[in-house]
Design a protein around this ligand. Structure first.
Ligand SMILES: NC(=O)c1ccc[n+]([C@@H]2O[C@H](COP(=O)([O-])OP(=O)(O)OC[C@H]3O[C@@H](n4cnc5c(N)ncnc54)[C@H](O)[C@@H]3O)[C@@H](O)[C@H]2O)c1
Length: 215
């Protein structure tokens, strides 16, 4: 299963939750395709890959799909993570209450700044030197990294040495996944740029369509 498919699966899940909250019981591949901006055949292909069954007339049962997706995502497992770099972005992750609903628990933060470190607080922030022992003791496999760009390479090496196998990288450095660690780069500026590009692309495509009959 590639990264795009996993991402789509998560998007399907969000749409299904919305439809369910609106009182819908069934959904068709066309509905999901419209919501995600993909083709209905891609939705059907994804669903058959995951073994989600429906029928042409009745579509898919939303509850059934959500149950199967929850199983795939390990919804009932608590996903425990740590945050390295507890500045503005790190603290936003730590203070985000919505994670609990998704079964995600931020266990602790790690930083180098003595002003930020507070192991006694209700949410503990430890010195980064305590990271290896903590990761081992708590069997943590995923970390969010929100340190300054200059520290990213070093912190990533430490994380991998500690036994972290998945990193959500918020630094501007585009890091590549390696054999022992999957890295997801989160770059909001790049996403905004992409949106502007898409809007411009759509505008140009629209203009071409209008111009076409005149030529
Ligand atoms: N992903 C995005 O779209 C996006 C948006 C804005 C900023 N950023 C990037 O995210 C990162 C964090 O941004 P911020 O605004 O929270 O910065 P910040 O300065 O508020 O926080 C950084 C924290 O990292 C700590 N730190 C520094 N070196 C460390 C190390 N070696 N180990 C552990 N902690 C260390 C600092 O003490 C500080 O608390 C930066 O790299 C920034 O460029 C990303």
């Amino acid at each position: 299963m590639n990264r795009e498919t996993v991402q789509r699966l998560s998007q399907y899940k969000n749409v299904l939750h919305k439809l369910k909250s609106l009182g819908f019981v069934r959904v068709f591949s066309d509905n999901l395709a419209d919501a995600l901006g993909v083709s209905a055949s891609l939705v059907r292909k994804d669903f058959s890959t995951f073994g989600f069954t429906g029928n042409k007339r009745g579509g898919y049962r939303i509850d059934e799909l959500l149950e199967k997706m929850d199983r795939l995502f390990g919804k009932n497992e608590i996903k425990r993570i740590v945050v390295v770099g507890c500045g503005k972005i790190g603290m936003a992750l730590i203070n985000h209450h919505g994670f609990a609903r998704e079964g995600i628990r931020v266990l602790a933060g790690f930083d180098t700044d003595p002003e930020v470190i507070n192991p006694e607080a209700s949410f503990p922030i430890y010195d980064v030197s305590e990271l290896p022992e903590f990761v081992k003791r708590e069997k943590i496999s995923v970390a969010a990294m929100a340190v300054p760009e200059g520290a990213a390479g070093r912190v990533l090496d430490t994380l991998v040495e500690c036994g972290i196998h998945g990193v959500l990288n918020f630094t501007p450095l585009q890091l590549k996944s390696r054999e022992d660690c999957v890295i997801h780069n989160i770059n909001i500026a790049m996403e905004i740029e992409k949106l502007f590009y898409l809007l411009r692309f759509n505008e140009n495509a629209g203009q071409d369509k209008v111009k076409a009959p005149a030529s």
